[in-house]
Design a protein around this ligand. Structure first.
Ligand code: ATR
Length: 275
């Protein structure tokens, strides 16, 4: 029987996940399809019940449901438990629903695809302390990055994540981080600043950015955010957000199908579809 998968979120119409997963199903000759489903916050419980009833093999979860879906699931993977957020649901053979979070590891894979895995001792600065930052901080730490700082407009939120990391992580204000930017080798921007629609300007100053720095942004539309343009002008290595998007999806796809998809071929297709 043909299998089916989905992504649920609000809004959902601009999601590139259906294009990406359907391309992988086609390439790997898997008889399955992947649909975008618009689920408003008050409809989440009913949506999960319907997905279960209609035998969805699994689905991705995006804003604003990543945390709220947790009580509706039967089992949580360690990644999701630690991050307090789920972006991938797998329907197990016995019908139970298991939640995973592939965002953080997706980011690390995208980063290391570009810079390799020999730079884990470098000093990392994460900008932002929301759900995305939390996932990335935990994934970096568990991969072996040993010096992580987090800066945020609301410093207390950065402090909370730092306390949960097992290493001695440091929380900073955006201002402090701007002043000490030349202490950092890897900068990871995780706020929605620079996002095409509803963007705001991040009160963060790049004057002290080192030309040898590696600067990653999780925003991928536009591909070159203001921060990445600035970093590029200074000669820094730039990691765009599209890689994280592809790798988080590839991990989800591998949990559903048992196969790892082609990361490279799908990238051009996605880039051509960025609005
Ligand atoms: P996500 O789950 O996608 O990471 P989030 O939890 O809403 O999203 O987090 C958004 C991040 O962007 C937070 O770090 C937030 O800072 P606060 O914790 O101080 O709210 C940051 N952010 C949002 N709007 C901002 C703004 N205008 N200036 C600076 N930072 C902002």
């Amino acid at each position: 029987m043909k299998k089916w998968y989905a992504v649920i979120g609000d809004p959902i119409e601009h999601s590139l996940s259906p294009l990406m997963h359907n391309t992988w199903f086609e390439t790997q000759k898997i008889d399955a399809s992947y649909l975008p489903i618009h689920v408003k916050p008050q409809e989440l419980e009913q949506a999960v019940a319907s997905l279960k009833l209609l035998d969805a093999g699994g689905w991705n979860v995006t804003i604003p449901h990543k945390e709220k879906i947790i009580p509706l699931l039967d089992v949580l993977d360690d990644s999701a438990r630690r991050m307090g957020a789920v972006n991938t649901v797998v329907r197990m053979a016995d019908g139970r629903l298991k939640g995973y979070n592939t965002d953080g590891l997706g980011f690390v894979r995208s980063l290391e695809e570009q810079i390799g895995s020999e730079k884990r001792q470098l000093r990392v600065l994460i900008i932002g302390a929301g759900g995305a930052a939390r996932g990335i901080a935990f994934a970096l730490e568990s991969t072996g990055y040993s010096a992580i700082s987090i800066c945020n407009r609301t410093v207390s939120k950065a402090e909370t994540i730092c306390c949960e990391l097992s290493q001695n992580a440091q929380a900073l204000s955006l201002d402090q981080a701007s002043q000490e930017l030349d202490d950092y080798d890897i900068i990871v921007q995780t706020t929605p600043a620079g996002l095409k629609n509803g963007s705001f300007e991040l009160p963060f100053n790049c004057e002290k950015l080192k030309s040898t720095a590696i600067v990653a942004d999780i925003v991928y539309n536009p591909l070159m955010t203001a921060l990445l343009k600035e970093a590029s002008k200074k000669g820094a290595t730039v990691v765009t957000g599209i890689g994280m998007f592809i790798h988080q999806g590839a991990l989800a796809y591998s949990y559903w199908t048992g196969n790892y998809p082609d990361i490279v071929a799908v990238k051009d297709k996605l880039l051509a579809n960025l609005g």
